[in-house]
Design a protein around this ligand. Structure first.
Ligand code: GLV
Length: 321
């Protein structure tokens, strides 16, 4: 019996690919860069299933180019790259990969927070550039953790995992998330109070119309001058021009970004000239085990959809109503 056809938009880890190849006739995009839009249209034409990544824009046009499509499996927890309304109208279940990347992403948020606070990247550049001449009592002084306040915006799985790590650093944890009225070990506050009181602000919201440019000139102006902003959520949650102004004028102490708008950040971005801005290339879930598990969940979602079964992790369960 011929296998069902699927398109996988990049070489994902073998853990998931093995399962996909066993069940499907898989067309796998091999390039390092994502398939251009025209190529997506071409490759989805005869497929029953699609495995996409956060770099692929999957909108109604793509869905219409694939008349046999039964399932979209996005290998990410965030699904802002998929037009969910368009998928739901077409009765197409969309899968994501929650849970398995919670710890890796919380670890990255903490790594960025400690690196920015203790000026690790500046120090490393200092050594490499041959500037280290002596121990100096005033060299590259950073921020302390014990007794400081961490403000978490978005208190879902990853926000809570960051709060758990913060306890080990003796931080006081407050959070802003209207959908979580109370928590065992963190204090809910409104957004203004969080911005006013926090020494560290860490973002853990999905990208939606409400959270786009949530961090902008107005919100940055409410932060403490010693504040450190960490973003491991989605780039467009922060207005980068406003952040640049705040960092350049030392309105806040530092920022550490795993995500930017756009991605990749252009090599001539003025942010790259600032010593108080640390940027890494969207590595939140980039640990070997985590990516293996993400590929496995993506494969399981795909195969369930192809069999007409409910996806283990479906972000638009309305399709089953
Ligand atoms: C990564 O950013 C994800 O959403 O999984």
């Amino acid at each position: 019996m011929p296998k069902t056809k699927v398109f996988v938009t990049r070489l994902i880890p073998e853990k998931g690919l093995t399962l996909i190849r066993d069940f499907c006739d898989a067309d796998i995009w091999q390039d390092e860069l994502p398939p251009p839009r025209e190529m997506i249209f071409e490759r989805v034409r005869g497929v029953d299933g699609l495995v996409s990544l956060l770099t692929d824009k999957i909108d109604g046009e793509v869905m219409d180019a694939a008349p046999h499509l039964k399932v979209i499996s996005n290998m990410a927890v965030g699904v802002d790259n998929v037009d969910l309304a368009a998928a739901t109208t077409r009765k197409l279940p969309v899968g994501n990969t929650p849970g398995v990347l919670t710890d890796a992403t919380a670890d990255m948020a903490f790594a960025l927070m400690t690196s920015a606070a203790r000026r690790i990247v500046e120090g490393e550049k200092y050594v490499r550039n041959g500037k280290w001449k002596t121990w100096h009592p005033q060299l590259l002084l950073g921020a302390d953790f014990v007794g400081a306040t961490l403000g978490i915006i978005g208190f879902g799985r990853i926000g809570k995992a960051v709060a758990k790590r913060a306890k080990g650093f003796d931080l006081r944890v407050i959070y802003y998330d209207p959908s979580v009225p109370s928590a065992f070990d963190a204090v809910p506050v409104d957004l203004d109070a969080l911005l006013r009181e926090s020494d560290f602000v860490s973002l853990h919201v999905p990208l939606t119309e409400e959270t786009r440019h949530l961090v902008n000139a107005e919100t940055l102006n409410k932060m403490k001058p010693n504040a450190i902003l960490v973003n491991t959520s989605r780039g467009p949650v922060v207005d980068l021009q406003d952040l640049y102004d705040a960092l350049k004028s030392k309105r806040i102490f530092a920022a550490a970004l795993d995500v930017t708008e756009p991605e990749p950040l252009p090599a001539d971005s003025p942010l790259l000239e600032l010593d108080n801005c640390l940027i890494v290339p969207h590595l939140g879930s980039a640990s070997k085990y985590t990516r293996d598990m993400m590929s496995l969940l993506a494969a399981q979602n795909l195969i369930a959809g192809l069999k007409g079964e409910r996806l283990p992790h479906c972000v638009n369960p309305q399709v089953y109503d």
